[in-house]
Design a protein around this ligand. Structure first.
Ligand code: C5P
Length: 403
């Protein structure tokens, strides 16, 4: 795979700056042209000469340098870039970017850039977990910046936790996938097709005031609905109870229980070219819903549950079946369970993701996926769900064509 693109790499001042040298090498190996911008503190960790030698271009660091401004000033550098990636991104640069502060070349370039921007954070785990950093990251995500990492593990400071810069190969793969996706412009890749998506949790009532549910926020399913619309599809969204606003131009069917979701999906499935089961459907529901509030009595209480009907498997079993995509959220043995479900439920594709971990999964803005189909698989590293949904829709469109 090649990246025939012009990549502007911003390096800010963290111990992980040395890893960016490897990043330049990997980008170049993929055919990219690379220009490097360093902050003052980055230059205390790694010499600009290293980046100059690896990129084959002079390193930029001054905002107001008359010579540099004439040659490649901040506006022309920003215009030159097909994408801007900041790796490592310190808590400081993240704070500046999220607030529009432009007091050096890198932060000014960010403001001037109209290309996609990627940020690969690297910092001590306490700094990463600090409320203000979390807010700054959320702000950047809202502003359309794409996040790569950080990863969990041992840190240079001797602590363990989230904050490690993603490995250069991971960052490079993430960018290659994203740029490849831009190349094959997914825009309108589902033009004229009808896509049915189920999203969110279900609620299984015990009595008039209580129900069983799960942690699903519906974010992935709603992001998929948006991405399918963007790709030109006509979208029907069957949604469990969530606090999200559905896009205006989808046909929205609101449901509560697994049974209601089953009925809604089954009545629509055959009219659609694609079904994506992104909902976290309850596997069991109470055998009886008590008509009156259950009273507190004994020290222990028993609820008898019965298995719900498997929507995904039944859609895949229809005579006139859509291209059927399932999700597998697992806390262990991810790959084995996902492959087993793909076969048992006779799916065309399954997107597996870890849940119960610190990063990604339910209610998170981000997720990572490992997608399987009969003859292949593809991994998507941790990224925001909007971006992930667009890439997954692109992959579905690609697989649909050859199925
Ligand atoms: O078997 P498991 O519940 O782990 O499979 C997850 C996938 O199956 C998800 O795509 C989910 O939407 C779907 N599912 C379903 N009906 C159920 C349970 C799960 O469609 N009753």
């Amino acid at each position: 795979m090649t990246i025939n693109k012009q990549i502007l790499l911003g390096v800010s001042g963290g111990i992980a700056a040395y890893k960016s040298a490897e990043l330049v090498r990997l980008f170049k190996k993929q055919g990219a042209e690379v220009q490097v911008v360093m902050t003052k503190s980055a230059m205390q960790f790694v010499s600009p000469l290293t980046f100059q030698a690896l990129s084959g271009n002079p390193v930029h660091s001054e905002l107001l340098d008359a010579d540099v401004e004439n040659a490649m000033g901040h506006i022309s550098l920003a215009r030159w870039a097909d994408c801007l990636i900041i790796a490592p991104a310190t808590a400081n640069i993240i704070a500046k970017l999220s607030h529009g502060i432009a007091d050096d070349l890198l932060s000014t370039l960010y403001l001037a850039a109209t290309c996609p921007v990627y940020v690969a954070p690297a910092m001590n785990q306490a700094m990463w977990n600090k409320a203000v950093t979390r807010e700054n990251i959320e702000t950047l995500l809202r502003h359309g910046v794409k996040l790569i990492g950080p990863e969990q593990g041992d840190q240079a400071c001797g602590e363990t936790g989230f904050g490690r810069l993603s490995e250069p190969v991971v960052i490079c793969k993430h960018l290659t996938d994203a740029l490849e996706y831009q190349n094959h412009s997914p825009v309108q890749c589902l033009q004229g097709l009808k896509v049915l998506i189920s999203a969110g949790p279900t609620r299984e009532p015990l009595d008039p005031v209580r129900y069983l549910t799960n942690r699903s926020s519906g974010k992935m399913g709603y992001a998929l609905a948006n991405a399918a619309l963007k790709a030109g599809a006509e979208v029907t969204l069957v949604s469990g109870p969530v606090s999200l606003t559905a896009p205006n131009n989808v046909q929205l069917i609101k449901v509560e229980t697994a049974r209601q979701m089953y009925d809604a999906v089954m009545s629509k499935a055959s009219e659609h070219a694609i079904y994506i089961g992104a909902a976290a459907v309850a596997d069991y529901s109470p055998v009886v819903m008590q008509p009156e509030k259950i009273k507190k009595q004994d020290a222990q209480a028993t609820i008898i549950l019965q298995k719900t009907k498997d929507i995904l498997a039944d859609v895949a079993g229809l005579d006139k079946r859509p291209f059927t995509v399932g999700f597998a959220a697992e806390t262990h043995n991810l790959e084995d369970y996902a492959r087993e479900k793909l076969i048992r439920k006779k799916l065309d594709m399954i997107a597996a993701n870890w849940v119960g971990q610190e990063q990604g999964g339910f209610d998170s803005e981000q997720n990572a996926l490992h997608v399987f189909w009969k003859s292949g698989d593809k991994t998507f590293s941790m990224m925001d769900k909007t971006q992930l949904a667009e890439q997954l829709i692109s992959l579905i469109a690609e697989r649909l064509k050859v199925s």
